[in-house]
Design a protein around this ligand. Structure first.
Ligand code: FEO
Length: 173
């Protein structure tokens, strides 16, 4: 049986993973209406992955005898200045999620909840991939230059490396 502290912090993570999905959907929609079909495709796929992350926490809490509670989500931004700014936001958000996962890992150890610790290892690995993929995209934007968004938009799907989606069992590229 999951203890209350672990249940609460895992429920907090449901909100964070769900908000990630909504944030990336908002970013995808902005990209789509600004003629960036490639960027939109990358972000729509990412939003799906985040939904699966949320689902993993919902199922885990319930399987351990707790109660997963779906929260209200805050409204994501509707506008972004540039594609580079948008991906800086993605990286900042992923760093926030990594810190959040690490906090649950630390709590699972102090509470001696080794089942939760084991469950979280998938997310620890996933966060390395997600941060690295956002950094790779920012590097590419700097390489092609802000004025060559056409080429960047055409090539962005190739930046979803072979590891993308593997951890979640979905191949999105
Ligand atoms: Fe599920 Fe990108 O954090």
């Amino acid at each position: 049986m999951i203890n209350k502290k672990i249940e609460d912090i895992c429920n907090r993570q449901i909100e964070r993973e769900g908000y990630s999905s909504i944030l990336y959907l908002a970013m995808a929609s902005w990209s789509e209406i600004n003629g960036l079909a490639g960027v939109a495709g990358w972000l729509y796929a990412q939003a799906e992955e985040e939904k699966l992350h949320m689902l993993k926490f919902i199922k885990y809490i319930n399987e351990r005898g707790g109660k997963a509670v779906l929260p209200a989500f805050k409204k994501p931004p509707a506008d972004f200045k540039t594609v580079e700014d948008l991906f800086k936001e993605v990286l900042k958000h992923e760093e926030f999620v990594t810190a959040s996962i690490n906090e649950i890992v630390a709590l699972s150890l102090s509470e001696k909840d080794f089942n939760t610790h084991n469950f979280l290892q998938w997310f620890v690995f996933e966060q390395v991939e997600e941060e690295s993929s956002a950094r790779a995209i920012l590097d590419k934007i700097r390489l092609v230059g802000k004025n060559n968004m056409y080429q960047f938009d055409r090539d962005i799907m190739t930046l979803r490396g072979p590891a993308a989606g593997q951890a979640s069992g979905t191949q999105t590229a």
